[in-house]
Design a protein around this ligand. Structure first.
Ligand SMILES: Cc1ncc(COP(=O)(O)O)c(C=O)c1O
Length: 478
């Protein structure tokens, strides 16, 4: 009997054109099947139009009941992953026009392949997991009750404990009392400058840096000094020279991978910058929003110099940008000033958002989502190297973007507009330049906005073809 069942199973497995693995899954089987289906569509294993195995065949192949498969296919249809047609079975749905959109900021034309935004890879798992976190919170009375109450400026201690424990598992050990919540990473950048730097004082960063920091410094009337950089980011010798000429209150850094250049700081570089900061009584603001895995992360500045350093965390690149949830780790001596600024702005970020974000972030589902995303990003970065390797794009394996220095005689503005004509949106170096620093002839390409890998590959191939061409430039009449 057992051997007959095994034979049926083996036969069915051999005939299934798609065979998911349901091992090591904690959710109900039908749900695990739908999650696997969603993941296989996202990574291109299943293409639009591909036919799923007949229900009976898949049930035999997986050793589950037909009812489980029926329920899974129905749920997949409800989530818009597949469509069932009488006579032609269940097929993966055409996704080009209805891929989940978790951003509304893109300047890309509707039919353009958007490689311009640094956003998490769109995936239906995000909607499902947020719904799950909301449902589970609403069943948990105390969380709803506390969310109704005013909180201290630093944020609810229970949620800070949850976040601190989670960060510790990621190689970022922190004390609960060193943490305060913000409304995302951008808010944390702004808060630090507003609370700790006086108008007219100077802050510094790499000459090419995150545009949100440029905007925050400008908005607050601060002097923003561009520090010359090399392939590890800010150069300590250049910073030292600048410090001898003027007082710089704070250095902003992204040591894991700089947005936009993708460069990573090694341990010696970090120590050298701490030395300069100590000598000149300068704060170090580390922006960790472009979060990387514990295995690839170097030692954080706040671990090297806890009394001088602040660290910014956000769920925007891990879970969803729309959550607007972030946190700031600061030395104890600076917490009162930061709290005073928070109180003046908004009293405290909403506890309901902290509750949802912490519930989601610390769930096993979020763990698999993040693991999937990091794997997928690494594969996508490999594709960038395969397609554009001749031009040596710089990137981090966990990085959402790659930095492409254009071959002579391409100019970035021409390349961006020619790419748009070819249906691909990328950004030139201009928005990342501090002050009137000259922009290099380079573009940033983000690998994460396309929901599927095939679209990304099409975009990359179009860029590679374009790079083979001579730029069309009409000389003005003189
Ligand atoms: C380096 C860096 N810091 C901060 C932010 C803003 O993060 P959030 O969306 O959490 O405000 C971004 C967003 O792209 C970023 O790249």
């Amino acid at each position: 009997m057992v051997s007959m069942m095994n034979a049926i199973r083996e036969n069915a497995r051999a005939r299934c054109q798609w065979l998911p693995s349901l091992e090591a899954i904690s959710t109900p089987r039908y749900q695990a099947l739908v999650d696997q289906l969603a993941a296989d569509i996202a990574d291109g294993t299943l293409a639009p139009g591909d036919r799923l195995p007949p229900q009976r065949l898949l049930a035999d192949a997986l050793g589950v009941t037909v009812g489980t498969i029926t329920r899974a296919y129905r749920e997949a249809e409800r989530r818009g992953l597949v469509e069932a047609r009488v006579g032609s079975g269940t097929r993966v749905r055409e996704r080009r026009s209805d891929a989940p959109r978790f951003h509304h900021l893109s300047h890309a034309a509707d039919d353009s392949i958007d490689l311009s935004l640094s956003i998490p890879i769109p995936h239906v798992m995000r909607q499902q997991q947020l719904s799950g976190a909301l449902a589970s919170l609403s069943r948990h009375d105390p969380s709803v009750e506390t969310a109704l109450a005013y909180q201290s400026e630093q944020g609810n201690r229970h949620h800070r404990r949850q976040l601190a424990d989670w960060l510790t598992t990621q190689g970022l050990p922190m004390e609960v009392d060193e943490l305060l919540f913000t409304e995302g990473g951008q808010h944390a950048d702004y808060l630090v400058l507003q609370a700790l730097i006086h108008p007219g004082e100077a802050v510094a960063s790499a000459a090419l840096t995150y545009p949100g920091m440029i905007a925050a410094a400008r908005q607050l009337g601060l002097k923003h000094i561009a520090v010359p950089m090399d392939d590890q980011g800010v150069r300590p010798d250049a910073l030292e020279r600048l410090c001898q000429q003027q007082r710089i209150r704070l250095l902003y850094v992204m040591p894991e991978h700089n947005n936009p250049t993708g460069c990573h700081m090694g341990p010696e570089r970090r120590h050298a910058l701490v030395d300069v900061a100590r000598r000149h009584d300068m704060l170090l603001l580390e922006d960790g929003v472009q979060f990387v895995t514990a295995e690839t992360r170097g030692t954080s500045f706040y671990q090297l110099a806890p009394d001088l350093s602040l660290y910014i965390f956000s769920t925007s690149k891990l879970l969803a940008g729309g959550l607007r949830f972030g946190a700031l780790r600061a030395p104890a001596a600076l917490i009162p000033k930061l709290c005073a600024a928070l109180r003046a702005q908004c009293w405290a970020p909403p506890d309901l958002i902290a509750a949802v974000a912490c519930q989601w972030l610390t769930s096993p589902e979020a763990d698999s989502l993040m693991r999937w995303q990091w794997q997928e990003v690494a594969i996508r970065q490999q594709r960038v190297q395969e397609v554009l390797g001749a031009h040596q794009p710089k990137a981090h394996p966990c990085g959402f973007h790659a930095w492409l220095t254009l071959p002579d005689p391409w100019r970035a503005t021409d390349f961006v507009s020619r790419a748009a004509e070819h249906g691909v949106t990328v950004i030139s170096a201009d928005p990342f330049c501090v002050g009137s620093q000259p922009a290099p002839q380079a573009v940033r390409l983000c690998v994460t906005p396309p929901a599927d890998r095939t679209t990304l590959e099409t975009g990359l191939s179009r860029l590679a073809e374009l790079l083979e061409e001579e730029p069309l430039r009409v000389s003005p009449m003189v």
